[in-house]
Design a protein around this ligand. Structure first.
Ligand code: PHE
Length: 459
């Protein structure tokens, strides 16, 4: 076993977060996104509310948190791009350099997710302008639905909004860790929290807050199927951005004295808090106007605008809501781009500017596939899925969990115990729990997601 000291660093020296909050906010920014505000409420709505949320919380604690620690651990130990870090840490463990393939997989996954994420983020940007112009006021369900359909059917409009999103992302990432990602997180994350709190307070005034609370927290276990459990698991990984190298690359900029365990707890806690608060902001409004909370992906872009159109101060509240959504998505697109940029600059020895320009352009061109799948390619499907659905499915249901599985196996079985113990520096009991999760619980749980996905019910 290698003798390790806590201050030992293996990779080259690199940029660092200027203080613990910068890292916590940026990583929370990566985690908080469409997953929390768009996906979580409607999935919870469809799967019976409270019972689903309970399972989700267990998944976050038992599986998500340990894998998040593992990603930060690899990043900080390797102090390189995700690919570089895995190869450095594998070498240290005397293992095969092929482990860097896990880094390649994770970076590729993040890159592919980015190609559709900017499109949906673009909807949020476009909805700011729609909401602010007062278009929702008094509109009928049909008119609101038309707004959504008209947006989706217009490739030029969609591609232009995606271009805005990727351009903003490139601009911020190009400015580097301290001046770019950190600064953006300092503005966007507190902004998001303030808006979210305003929205929750507003929801309290609707007279339906209790109903929303009950819907979210009353555990109806009858509605909980095997499918919902695995859904909760997948959602926990997506929401914490695990398997995409985002946490790994952010971890690589983490100063040695920061506690990985404590920061990961903060991030997972805040991510979960935002998901729950988003539900508490959304459900009472939806219920106050007799709308359905289980209306699927349209919950945010159709059901909610309908409620905005009928409520007092709806234009203001609706505009704030979509501003909040763009803040949430922007910090995620930044985190999805950074792994590729760190790899490109390290591998090809090009500048950040060149890497951002090339990667951003490729992302935007690839995003056209998603754009077209809502209009001119809408009827072109493979296995009944459009290009967008297929990409979302392959990345979220397969690539992210696979990346997380390999990261867990790597930290649990390949990395020397002394290395992970000294780098994590947890209490004895926490370390034993972490190691048990990473070696056994997380891999088995992820394998069950896969079995279920190929139609072999694991129970
Ligand atoms: N966690 C983000 C969300 O909830 C999505 C994401 C996945 C961001 C992977 C970065 C990396 O929307």
């Amino acid at each position: 076993m290698l003798p390790v000291s806590k201050s030992q660093s293996l990779g080259p020296s690199r940029a660092k977060w200027s203080n613990p909050w910068a890292f916590i906010l940026a990583t929370t920014g990566s985690a908080v996104g469409l997953g929390n505000i768009w996906k979580f409420p409607y999935i919870a709505g469809e799967h019976g509310g409270g019972a689903f949320i309970l399972v989700y919380l267990i998944c976050i604690l038992l599986l998500g948190l340990p894998v998040m620690l593992a990603e930060m651990l690899i990043g900080r130990r390797g102090k390189s791009s995700p690919v570089g870090s895995l190869s450095v840490v594998a070498r240290e463990a005397g293992s095969s350099p092929l482990w860097k393939g896990v880094g390649v997989l994770a970076v590729t996954t993040g890159f592919l997710i980015l190609t559709f994420y900017i499109v949906v983020s673009g909807w949020a940007f476009s909805y700011i302008t729609i909401a602010a112009s007062g278009t929702f006021t008094g509109a009928t369900a049909q008119q609101i639905d038309d707004l959504y359909q008209v947006l989706l059917s217009d490739p030029i409009r969609l591609a232009s909004w995606s271009a805005v999103v990727i351009f903003l992302t490139m601009f911020i990432v190009n400015r580097g860790i301290e001046k770019g990602i950190e600064k953006a997180s300092y503005i966007l994350m507190p902004g998001l929290f303030v808006i979210l709190l305003i929205l929750v307070c507003y929801a309290m005034t609707t007279g339906h807050f209790g109903e929303g609370l009950r819907f979210m927290f009353y555990p109806d276990f009858q509605k909980l199927s095997v499918d919902s459990v695995l859904m909760a698991l997948g959602q926990a990984f997506f929401s914490l951005s695990l398997g995409s190298a985002a946490t790994m690359v952010y971890g690589s900029y983490m100063p040695q004295h920061l506690s990985i365990g404590k920061t990961a707890l903060w991030v997972a806690g805040m991510d979960t808090l935002v998901a729950l608060l988003a539900g508490l902001a959304i459900f009472p409004l939806v219920m106050a106007y007799g709308l359905h909370a289980d209306s699927g992906p349209g919950l945010i872009f159709v059901t909610l605008p309908l409620a905005f159109g009928q409520m007092p101060f709806g234009t203001f509240i609706g505009t704030l809501f979509f501003i909040m959504l763009t803040f949430a998505t922007l910090t995620s697109t930044i985190a999805l781009l950074e792994p590729s940029i760190s790899w490109l600059t390290e591998r090809l020895r090009i500048s950040r500017f060149q890497a951002c320009a090339v990667a951003g352009l490729v992302v935007w061109v690839l995003s056209l596939g998603t754009v077209f799948s809502f209009n001119i390619w809408a009827d072109k499907t493979v296995f009944g899925k459009t290009f967008f659905e297929l990409l979302d499915y392959i990345t979220s249901a397969w690539m992210l969990p696979l990346g997380s599985l390999l990261v867990a196996l790597f930290c649990g079985w390949v990395m020397a115990r002394a290395v992970s113990a000294s780098e994590l520096n947890l209490s004895q009991r926490a370390y034993v729990l972490w190691r048990a999760s990473i070696r056994y619980v997380a891999p088995v749980a992820i394998l069950m997601i896969f079995l279920n996905a190929i139609g072999l019910n694991p129970f």
